[in-house]
Design a protein around this ligand. Structure first.
Ligand code: PEP
Ligand code: MN
Length: 342
């Protein structure tokens, strides 16, 4: 249920309505837009055992203009709740709006030289944030699992060297505290998209969350996972389409480019594309990246390694620095045409 407050409403009235909602046993999420204040209500408003009808109670408030039921199961993520697109601020970097933000870096943090060289390279050609996994979700338990906290410390060194904020994955609730010490953005991987206890925990932090679509998630399920994070109070969620599993085996996953316009219609959250895990081969990365900006995405999460030939994970899909430079020249040209800032 969504409450639309009257134009120019006073903060004290917003507080009274919010208290009323909370007294009825629901949570209230206030969005103060440039024109309107909207309160999203989370909880079972149709519960027959409620002593008062929430709709009637709220409509009787002087400063409430209207109340409507949101037809979508995702209320906070829905555009029905918030018309203006969300802009997320990370250490001075703006994500969303007119910005097209490139997050680049290796699949895994491997050693100091690798992460520092890669960070300097991607920074030079326009990446605004550095990615790198320290806790890696690998299909085989015998594959490299990441350096853990040692990898996070190396990411911190790379940040000190380049100024790039850090995006890194948290896989397990037990590692959240340590990841929080180093990460600027918490990545939730495709395999954890429906790990609801992990989603709730990251929802209780003040760090933006980059949520990757599961390889078998529908768009609605993807948005419901964002809702889990948001319903805990963390509104800063970035959605990342990274390819879904289909019958096609020519690419690692099938990039669902149509997810971009569909998500743009449904949600105010920024939408990113991962051309690396979708295409699965470096030769496909430029085309998928250009498709992403043309389709209206807000940014890329892209794997770049200073020497992909010696990478310990995802070697065949990582760009080298020169390939990244060439791609960024093309991305800038497209951004100019499309009215986006890189
Ligand atoms: C990654 O981006 O490091 C990753 C493991 O991707 P995904 O979770 O999309 O497979
Ligand atoms: Mn990878």
């Amino acid at each position: 249920m969504i409450v639309i407050m009257r134009k120019g409403v006073k903060q004290s009235d917003v507080k009274r309505v919010r208290d009323l909602i909370e007294d009825m046993g629901f949570s209230a999420h206030v969005s103060t837009g440039s024109k309107r204040t909207i309160i999203g209500i989370v909880g079972d408003v149709d519960n027959k055992n409620l002593s008062a009808d929430p709709l009637a109670t709220l409509l009787s408030e002087e400063q409430v203009e209207t109340v409507y039921r949101v037809s979508k199961p995702y209320k906070l993520a829905s555009k029905e709740n918030r018309k203006d697109n969300t802009i997320i601020h990370v250490d001075g970097v703006e994500i969303g709006g007119d910005n097209f933000t490139v997050i680049a870096g290796p699949c895994s943090v491997e050693n100091r030289k690798q992460i520092i060289e890669t960070a300097k390279g991607v920074k030079q050609y326009g990446a605004k944030l550095l990615r790198g996994g320290a806790f890696k979700p690998r299909t085989s338990p015998y594959s490299f699992q990441g350096l853990g906290e040692e990898g996070l410390k190396l990411l911190k060194e790379a940040k000190e060297e380049t100024g790039l904020p850090i995006v890194t994955e948290v896989m397990n609730p037990k590692d959240l505290d340590v990841v929080l010490k180093y990460a600027d953005v918490l990545q939730i991987g495709a395999r954890n998209i429906q790990n609801f206890s992990l989603l709730k925990l990251v929802g209780q932090t003040d760090k933006p969350v980059l949520l990757k679509r599961g390889m078998a998630s529908t768009i609605q399920e993807f948005l419901m996972s964002a809702e889990y994070v948001m319903s805990e109070g963390n509104a800063n969620v970035i959605l990342c389409e990274r390819g879904i599993r289909t019958f096609e085996t020519a690419t690692r996953n099938t990039l669902d480019i149509s997810a971009v316009p569909v998500l743009k219609r449904e949600t105010h959250l920024p939408i990113f594309i991962d051309p690396s895990h979708s295409g699965g081969k470096r030769e496909y990365v430029p085309a998928l990246s250009k498709a992403a900006i043309a389709a209206g995405a807000d940014g890329l999460l892209i794997e770049v390694h200073y020497k992909p030939e010696i990478a310990v994970s995802d070697a065949i899909q990582q760009l080298n620095i020169e390939e990244f430079r060439e791609l960024m020249v093309q991305m800038r040209a497209l951004a100019g045409v499309l009215g986006k800032k890189i």
